[in-house]
Write a protein that binds this ligand. Structure first.
Ligand code: SGN
Ligand code: CA
Length: 535
């Protein structure tokens, strides 16, 4: 009999029949929920895209090989805070109260981690947080979180004891802190649930010292839609998330002021280079010098298009290099589980808070209900219960995680949860899975200027409504137009499908207790005041 990974009882001499309670305890899984920030599906090699092939993620792929890969995994609202709130509660934002960044999550409501804690789990949260200043109200036995978005180098860590700046690379620090908690800080008599949230590969994509030049000589394929003119898509015409127009040349693309210079070009945001120690800074400058000198020498002779493509390459090189550290991190956690007899009975999830654009439509960032940002990577292993090499085609959403973990742990799922447990789906016994998904993005007006919209997606079609100070519908036949370039809303051929999907939206809004749309159409965003660090 094994309890939460301790071998103590496994070696007891005389076999004693386990009492039912103990037997149940023996089967309760540990859970490690690893979520990175802004990791595009195409940048996980298990998904088979050329980008993943060129910048492989062997350790994340191991999770899929040991367990399951979800090929149709989506979010409810493609933004950090709302995604985290949906993950914790299993509910849409209009129910858990968190619809856009800048709100303060009510940690006293039911979350799967609180419910597991009530049932005897030991719990911890390590890494990016971003839904409230501290995990107060949450029942975490241990927490160490990054301040706000977190920084790639020398970040500020917030704990029960206050704020402290630590020298080092954030992704690696998150790994170390996780291993330390697993190995020497947790209560080993209890099953555990651990939230491990990476900052990477979130903007501004600063790789670890050992990886700054990992892809320096690699040219990634430029997406067919990189120079999209957004014809027929009014909301897309107004966005500000274009790599060659909106990415900051300094802050994002690390372009320097001239040949031989090491200062970034106009840097309107936190001067992240200034966080580096002199040693880190010297190493950083050296890693970019030659490439930046080359660009600075040639820039004047390049066409706009050539410059746009250079920017795409710089973006991809840095973005993918930050992912290498995340993949290393996953590898360390998996190795630790293996080496400590925790492999069989631990659920390990790897996902992202949403997808991301890798130059499709010319973009970075997310927010839109288009496929690249609506989808998110999702792989999971649980050797004791999930068959290795499973692939799930059904459409799952981040509200499904909470009920799944609760069911695996034998804890009752609260009745008002919107998501559905995936346990039957994973056992191959579910015959009645959802066939449509509801989505709602609220954060406008705000950075990147993506209009508020809601929509529905089924296995083939997508209907979206941009409603805030505009009334624009978009419809896509994903089979014929997977890149969503042709808004077919006015194509009479699709009138029947559009009518059907409009009814489906109403059905889903009703099913999920969505307040009437009139309430949202003009509602201003109310960013809540966050408690100060000292409070
Ligand atoms: C920051 C980023 C934005 C990003 C938001 C939300 N700018 O504001 O590009 O869209 O976070 O991202 S940054 O240069 O300051 O990083 S989220 O993933 O946290 O929702
Ligand atoms: Ca994010």
């Amino acid at each position: 009999l094994m309890v939460a990974g301790t071998l103590s009882q496994a070696v007891s001499a005389a076999p004693i029949e386990a009492a039912p309670a103990e037997a149940a305890e023996a089967q309760r899984p540990n859970i490690i929920y690893i979520m990175s920030d802004d990791h595009a599906v195409r940048a996980v090699s298990a998904y088979g895209d050329i980008i993943g092939e060129m910048a492989p993620t062997p350790n994340i792929d191991r999770i899929a090989e040991n367990g399951v890969r979800f090929d149709n995994s989506f979010v409810t609202n493609s933004l950090c805070g709302p995604s985290r709130a949906a993950m914790f509660t299993g509910k849409f934002g209009h129910k858990n109260g968190f619809m856009y960044n800048g709100q303060v999550f009510d940690g006293t409501q039911d979350t799967w981690t609180n419910l597991l804690h009530d049932e005897g789990y030991t719990t911890a949260a390590i890494g990016k947080w971003h839904i409230n200043l501290t995990p107060d109200g949450f029942k975490f036995d241990h927490w160490e979180i990054l301040n706000d978005q977190g920084e790639y180098y020398n970040p500020d860590w917030i704990t029960k004891d206050g704020v402290e700046t630590e020298i080092g690379y954030t992704t690696d620090m998150i790994t170390q802190k996780t291993i330390t908690w697993l190995d020497s800080q947790r209560d080993k008599d209890k099953p555990f649930a651990l939230i491990m949230h990476h900052k990477a590969p979130h903007r501004n994509w600063m790789p670890a010292p050992e990886y700054t030049q990992l892809f320096a000589d690699v040219e990634f394929p430029v997406p067919e839609t990189y120079f999209d003119d957004y014809e027929g898509r009014v909301a897309a015409q107004g966005q500000e998330m274009n790599i060659y127009r909106d990415a900051q040349e300094g802050h994002d693309l690390k372009m320097t002021t001239g040949v031989g210079e090491t200062e970034w070009r106009k840097d309107i945001w936190p001067h992240l280079l200034e966080r580096l120690t002199p040693e880190q800074r010297a190493e950083w400058d050296a890693a970019y010098q030659e490439r930046n000198d080359y660009m600075n020498k040639n820039e004047a002779n390049w066409s706009e298009e050539e410059m746009a493509i250079w920017k795409y390459q710089r973006y991809m090189q840095d973005y993918l290099a930050t992912i290498r550290s995340v993949d290393d991190s996953v590898g360390e956690v998996l190795d630790y589980l293996k080496a400590n007899d925790l492999h069989e009975n631990t659920i390990v999830v790897y996902t992202s808070d949403q997808g991301f654009y890798l130059g499709e439509h010319g973009w970075f960032d997310k927010r839109f209900m288009y496929e690249e940002s609506f989808r998110t990577p999702l792989v999971m292993q649980y050797p004791a219960r999930i068959k290795a090499g499973t692939v799930v085609e059904e459409m799952v959403q981040n509200i499904d995680y909470a009920p799944t973990f609760l069911e695996y742990a034998g804890v009752e799922i609260p009745a008002d949860v919107d998501g559905v447990s995936m346990v039957d789906l994973l056992a191959g016994t579910n015959e009645d899975w959802r066939t449509s998904l509801y989505y709602h993005f609220y954060e406008f007006p705000a950075i990147h200027r993506v209009q508020r919209h809601y929509g529905v997606r089924d296995e083939r079609y997508k209907l979206m409504h941009f409603y805030f100070r505009m009334d624009e519908w978009e419809f896509y036949d994903l089979e014929k137009d997977p890149q969503e370039m042709n808004n077919a809303y006015n194509d009479p051929k699709y009138a029947k499908e559009i009518k059907r999907l409009k009814a489906e939206i109403l059905k889903l809004q009703n099913q999920y207790d969505m307040p009437p749309m009139e309430e949202w159409v003009r509602a201003p965003l109310r960013r809540q005041r966050k408690p100060r660090l000292s409070e």
